[in-house]
Design a protein around this ligand. Sequence first.
Ligand code: MN3
Length: 200
Amino acid sequence: MAFELPPLPYAHSALAARGMCQETLEVHHGKHHQAYVTALNGLIEKNAALQGKSLEEVIALAYNKPDLVPVFNNAGQHWNHSLAWKSMSPTSGGVPGRLERKLVADFGSLAAFKEAFKAAAIGQFGSGWAWLVLAPDGKLKIAKTPNAVTPLVTGEGKPLLVLDVWEHGYYLDFRNRRPDYAQNWLDNLANYEFAAAELG
Ligand code: MN3
């Protein structure tokens, strides 16, 4: 069965007052993410060994395989973007108590968590992603990955939130100012309710 573009969990205009305009979401979701899904389906059509696999299985099978680089890139981008839409909310606000206590325990303070996340977003040279993950040792940690790479394959932990730091994610709203994009995302867009629920 072919992979499908998941619908945005809010209207394209829903984040405009919070620093992500309608055009950004229309192009990013409707064009960029759709293109990854379309390309992935085309590649899988030509590769019987990948047919019938889940997205996570395709990602695991294709990682670090020289002949499957395009498959990995498009599958990883499909997975990462699907989480990125859930990582934002038009009602983004306070951090739920349970998550806040764990962020304070593992980073020292909420402000220190935001600084560490922002540093990862800024420090990812070129295109990629900044993540909040629940690491295998039970601690919350920050990760950054290049291009289409995901913590699913690096073993860094279970992704709870992800920020897209590809230029296509912020250029219409923030031009070259990635630090401002990351700060705004942390303060006005991040879906801390979702991350708290994913903590399990
Ligand atoms: Mn993107």
